[in-house]
Ligand binder design. Sequence first.
Ligand code: AN0
Ligand code: CP
Length: 326
Amino acid sequence: MRIFQHVTDIGDLSAALAEAQEVKRNRFAWQNLGHNKTALLIFFNNSLRTRLSTQKAAMNLGMNVIVLDVNQGAWKLETERGVIMDGDKSEHLLEAIPVMASYCDIIGVRSFARFENRADDYEERILNQFIQYSGRPVFFMESATVHPLQAFADLITIEENWKPSNASKPKVVMTWAPHPKALPQAVPNSFAEWMLAADVDFVITHPEGYELDPQFVGSARVEYDQMKAFEGADFVYAKNWSCPGVTRPEDYGKVLDDYHKMMNWTVDAAHMAVTNNAAFLHCLPVRRNMIVTDDVIESPRSLVIPEAANREISAQVVLKRMLESL
Ligand code: AN0
Ligand code: CP
């Protein structure tokens, strides 16, 4: 595997899930695979889980790891070609990428949506430059539009916790929830993309105006009545996202309504009561009593901690496959 961006990059999903369980049973079985190989993890944005779980996964495989926080100690990077660089940016991405690539074998990049220009974000201008100019396998650690390591870990968590009863597939509901600041669409985009590829009954619920980009949600069922969407759910996946700008491009990246008016969308016990004793998922970090109430996230049906722990597993499968293709 040379690029990890979309669900299609991982190939057959049941094979990937089986490999995840194989890794989980003995995560140190491939220590020789990564010997004398270096992973470089580049962060343009903050991270707790992605940073730690990906480092741990690389170490499980015997790799060396270098982590760069671009905004803490590196030169400020210009990303646009043709700019006269007389501002605060000392170095251009077009030099920085091949230089960084010369010190490693595999590159992971986190670079969130900037919300300046929808086309720039949705064309993945930054990550595509890494793919084009590094000559190395590149995996996305949350880009402008996708967070595949998260969606893969989410799918592993759903598979591990699905106890088939009379239904053959779990009902998985992804719900928008309120947040005070504008957040990217990467997590819901990838979750939708992966759920549509998996064997689940998938429903999305959000207020009008938050329609996700069709390239990720395809013909997924959208139910604007949140309570109706929750009925009979086996898994509830909560996430805030800002306006994707699908119907009104001028609203791209905006919080459409004052969050105080949207607090009825917070996932609470009354919402969970109409589900099929659903498990609760969130990628974290989560703002309590905005996205989800204390009692729901602390309940025995909350899977947020094992879900985060599975980030080590999803990262290890991805790094293992990239090492195997070097
Ligand atoms: C980020 C987001 O919503 O995309 C990262 C989530 C993994 N969240 C925040 O910036 C709070
Ligand atoms: N879920 C997730 O990617 O968390 P971090 O932003 O802390 O890496």
